[in-house]
Design a protein around this ligand. Sequence first.
Ligand SMILES: Cc1cc2nc3c(=O)[nH]c(=O)nc-3n(C[C@H](O)[C@H](O)[C@H](O)COP(=O)(O)OP(=O)(O)OC[C@H]3O[C@@H](n4cnc5c(N)ncnc54)[C@H](O)[C@@H]3O)c2cc1C
Length: 499
Amino acid sequence: MRVSVLPSPTSKHVVVIGAGPAGLTAAYELSKHQVPSTVVEADPHYVGGIARTVEHHGYRFDIGGHRFFSKNQEIEDLWTEVLGEEMLTRGRLSRIYYRGKYFDYPLKAMNALRNLGLVETVRCMSSYAWARLRPVKNPHTLDDWVSNQFGRRLFNIFFKTYTEKVWGIPTTELSADWAAQRIKGLNMVEAIKGALFPKRASGRGEVIKTLIDRFRYPRLGPGQMWETVAAGLARQGHPVKLGWKVTGIRRQGPTVTSVLAVDQAGEEHELTGQEFVSTLPVRTLVELMDPPPPEEVLIAATRLGYRDFLSVTLMIDRGDLFPDNWIYIHEPGVKVGRLQNFKNWSPSMVPDQSKTCLGMEYFCFEGDGLWTMSDAELIELGKRELAQLGMCRPEEVFDGCVVRMPKAYPVYDDEYQEHLKVIRDWLETVPNLHLCGRNGMHKYNNQDHSMMTALLVARRIAGVSDLDPWNVNADAEYHEEVRDGEDKTGRRVPSRVAS
Ligand SMILES: Cc1cc2nc3c(=O)[nH]c(=O)nc-3n(C[C@H](O)[C@H](O)[C@H](O)COP(=O)(O)OP(=O)(O)OC[C@H]3O[C@@H](n4cnc5c(N)ncnc54)[C@H](O)[C@@H]3O)c2cc1C
């Protein structure tokens, strides 16, 4: 292995690890302040990270459909600045598929009643009445908590299967706290009110997020945003090195001095700089430190968990399968969690309007049964499940492609904040290393949050602001104060109950 040392071109050169939304936003903002950077990305073909758009034989698709919406106007403006008219505004249609029926989502009373039918509706109401009369006392599992609120039958239809698919843990083992926070204030009475008057504002005058019925989307998918930013950076002399996997982060005393990266040919490069931005998963970042951090920091890093994800994309010889952008699959007999219909996100995602490109989303753990299946087996599984769901016949599928995305979801278990604190406390002693992004900060958040944290990091480095990126909340808004022990920045995810 030959080592080439890339010298720092100026007195302030920033090395950015990862060309996802966070890394590229950091480099983009740095360029606006005339601070040069080099972005190092492990993927040999794509920028955009989880928000990339993959291309296969002319068909374009996301790793999970990526809506562009933010409460933060600065982020909305940045998207417009980069793509202008290429940003489409799309209507949202996403329904729940259950036992051959499509339920509007958010739920609408008449539609739900029609789909459930009279007999099932009566059963659901009796089960609800039973839950009110005989609620589980002190419910501490998600199963019991939601059943108390809605009755067990409705819980089984609308909560159980999907939650178990996404998190890979039976709802009888998931903590009730998550549901209590996510569906706070929602019970049968509220649900019926919401179903009858779906677009009413909540008490705080905000439209509930899931009710947002429009979103923006780049004409050629989310990757178009990040390909455009990367191309602009390269034009201005800020390189984005594709296929360079970071394998080490060197320190001298507390200060990071360089990053080691191995390219596709196996050649090792050492990138020097004055400031370093990491969007690497926190666990990986800690493991790559040379010399390593103290033992307790290494241990804390190994305790951070992730949920992984894979997408089986199938091309189908039919023009019109369903009108939704995506469908939640609550059907118990199949493993697929969601279906994305990419031409309904943007017609330009398919080269031929007489065909359809469906993304079948499977939630999994790296190394589990689904993850280790071959691509051919996964494509066969996808075809079988589409047929089982009555979407199309297997022989109508003429092409397919599998994308595996490790560490798609940082897991918030009971202990993650404790571990993250140990790591953050140590990282504060490393003054020229800055963390931003989703896995970069172990935050289960959208692009807007990842981008906002990156903007703040870049401004700190450029010396134009000292706002703390850890104070950006899940809506990508900056909050001056976060009380000790409180984490306002993340969307909650369920955790396993202690046995
Ligand atoms: C299924 C799914 C659906 C989503 N839907 C939406 C949505 O609708 N709207 C929305 O706004 N957000 C959505 N998100 C969230 C969005 O994808 C993330 O917030 C965003 O991609 C995070 O950006 P990031 O740059 O922090 O991280 P990432 O996108 O993870 O990018 C990190 C980059 O670092 C690179 N990297 C990793 N290791 C190395 C290494 N050793 N050396 C060099 N490079 C490395 C990776 O290859 C990657 O390119 C969704 C996420 C998922 C999983």
